[in-house]
Design a binder for this molecule. Structure first.
Ligand code: MLC
Ligand code: AMP
Length: 503
């Protein structure tokens, strides 16, 4: 028996028959009974490059139906899928390619030349936003009558997803077929997935949320996906009638709640709005309920472990909490030595379960730093757990900013800023932002008074993806430090908390 997660999708597709799998702008792009034949061609085309089981395939392409097929075919072919945010710059890509050592790189045609130069021995193929490119041409030219899904063991890797770290260096979280399959099965049950569910998919497909949670649940359930290339509140609302589930980051719900088109009628067929990847504010939850009658179901997860806790489907959905550890997941709130604290007290959330990753690619020392001897993983999130086991995320021990559901580590930005001529030192913080939840702000001490905000931003533009670049640069004479010489970021955050607030 194979543990290849694709085998589960084959089975579900068989049961779904001629039902639509992906619908885009009202048109069916792919039916379930076409899925196996399509991924057969894509998988055969990938292996025709000479890539072998266990090889990495790095993918940085726009969201498209073909991108979905590429992902599924990579699983089928036994390759390890390494998706990258399309916003990453050439400088950032060099690192990922060097670290992952892929056999295949798939990129946008515009980046082919630069990537070929950095790609070493990898076969570089292209795929554009319309699903065309040298990979698509190879698929079209591949004659494949059948393709046997490559047998994988439960612990074999299905994907590596990069996540940045406190030191500014990204780490590849290794996720096995069993990590992904077990999490999808548990969520299917926990969220009462139904055969006639219709999912609005407007998340990017290079992160856990859009790639695994959303795609896998639809595939396992044989559900139809209403496919959106990116999130646009108008388009999502226009597509809501007849749909049943939406998964989004809090920014989705902030924008929807502010939209005149969000009403009880507009959301009448919906049964479930799920939020995660960043904290959902209680006022967003309340505004959404007031306009629709729906209680957004908040869950909590991370790249290293997929989904970890979730509010209940039937029980109380309490804003400001992320619910209960999912079945099979053990969670404890601990002090800095790993000893459990009293219920209700804050501490670092530690977790264990079949969803927990296989470690960081090529970085066993980083894996060891975040594991307790008894196998618990230290999430870096500060949480409380009540007597019933309900978890609330109340802060972060890690120096992390989450903007629009995307993680940004200040260190990486500070390193880039400190390299700009005229910058003496910098401190990067996250401050509340009405749309993105948090926005990146940099305090900069300069030794050249002529250095402007625009000049600093343009100096780092090629180095950092746009979403990581500070929304504001504030110049200061000095950074506030404590007696140990450490920059007092909490004070900076307090001082600038109102920067993006209206009024
Ligand atoms: C885009 N921009 C952002 C941004 N997204 N800036 C900060 N943070 C973000 N998240 C910038 C762009 O570079 C651009 O800059 C400007 O904002 C507008 O770009 P856009 O493309 O129009 O943005 P928009 O479509 O509005 O996108 C915002 C968003 C999107 C929130 C809809 O970022 C998004 O889909 N986020 C979801 C991320 C996600 O999937 N996270 C899950 C991680 S998994 P300029 O200056 O050029 O105009 C995980 C685990 C778990 O965390 O628990 O799920
Ligand atoms: P990532 O590394 O991109 O997978 O992001 C994981 C991090 O997102 C977690 O460690 C949390 O800090 C944060 N996160 C995810 N879901 C929630 C949530 N519902 N509430 C608060 N923080 C969340």
């Amino acid at each position: 028996m194979t543990a290849n997660i694709y085998a589960l999708f084959t089975e579900a597709a068989r049961q779904a028959g001629d039902k639509a799998f992906i619908v885009e702008r009202g048109a069916t792009r792919l039916r379930y009974d076409e899925l196996d034949a399509a991924t057969t061609r894509w998988a055969a085309a990938l292996l025709s490059t000479g890539a072998r089981t266990g090889d990495r395939i790095v993918v940085q392409v726009d969201k498209s139906v073909e991108n979905v097929l590429l992902y599924l075919a990579s699983l089928r072919a036994g390759l390890v899928y390494v998706p990258l945010n399309t916003a990453y710059t050439a400088a950032e890509l060099d690192y990922f390619i060097g670290d992952a050592e892929p056999a295949i790189i798939v990129c946008d045609p515009a980046k082919e030349r630069a990537i070929a130069a950095a790609g070493g021995d990898a076969t570089v193929l292209t795929l554009d936003a319309d699903g065309a490119g040298s990979l698509a041409a190879r698929v079209a030219a591949t004659a494949a009558d059948g393709f046997e899904t490559v047998t994988r063991a439960p612990d074999d890797l299905a994907a590596i997803l990069y996540t940045s770290g406190t030191t500014g260096v990204s780490k590849g979280a290794m996720l096995s077929h069993d990590n992904l399959a077990s999490n999808a099965r548990v969520l299917q049950d926990w969220w009462h997935w139904q055969p006639d569910d219709v999912l609005i998919h407007a998340l990017p497909i290079y992160h856990v949320h859009g790639l695994f949670v959303a795609l896998h649940l639809a595939l396992l359930g044989g559900s139809t996906i209403r496919f959106h290339r990116s999130f646009d509140a108008d388009a999502v609302l226009a597509d809501m009638s007849g749909a049943t589930v939406l998964m989004g980051v809090p920014t989705f719900y902030v924008r929807l709640a502010a939209h005149d088109g969000l009403t009880r009628e507009a959301s009448a067929t919906m049964r479930l709005f799920i939020s995660g990847s960043a904290p959902l504010l209680e006022n967003t939850f309340a505004a959404f309920e007031a306009k629709t009658g729906h209680l957004i179901l908040e869950r909590y997860g991370m790249t290293e472990a997929g989904m970890i806790t979730s509010n209940p489907y039937d029980g109380e959905r309490i804003p400001g909490t992320v619910g209960f550890p999912l079945p099979g997941v053990s969670a404890r709130v601990a002090d800095d030595r790993g000893a459990e604290v009293a219920r209700g007290e804050p501490g670092v959330l530690e977790i264990k379960g079949p969803n927990l990753f296989r470690g960081y690619w090529n970085k066993p020392e980083k894996t060891a730093e975040e594991m307790r001897p008894d196998g618990y993983f230290v999430t870096g999130d500060i949480a409380t757990m009540d007597a019933d086991g309900r978890v609330a995320i109340v802060g972060r021990a890690k120096d992390l900013i989450i903007a629009g559901g995307l993680n940004i580590y200040p260190k990486e930005i500070e390193l880039a800023l400190d390299g700009v001529p005229g910058v003496c030192e910098s401190a990067v913080i996250g401050v509340p932002h009405p749309d993105l939840g948090e926005a990146v702000v940099a305090m900069v001490v300069r030794d050249n008074d002529m250095l402007t905000e625009e000049a600093v931003l343009s100096a780092i533009a090629d180095r950092l993806a746009r979403f990581k670049q500070p929304r504001r640069i504030l110049f200061a004479d000095a950074l506030p430090r404590n007696a140990m010489g450490k920059v007092q970021k909490a004070r900076l955050r307090d001082d600038h908390a109102g920067l993006f607030q209206a009024g």
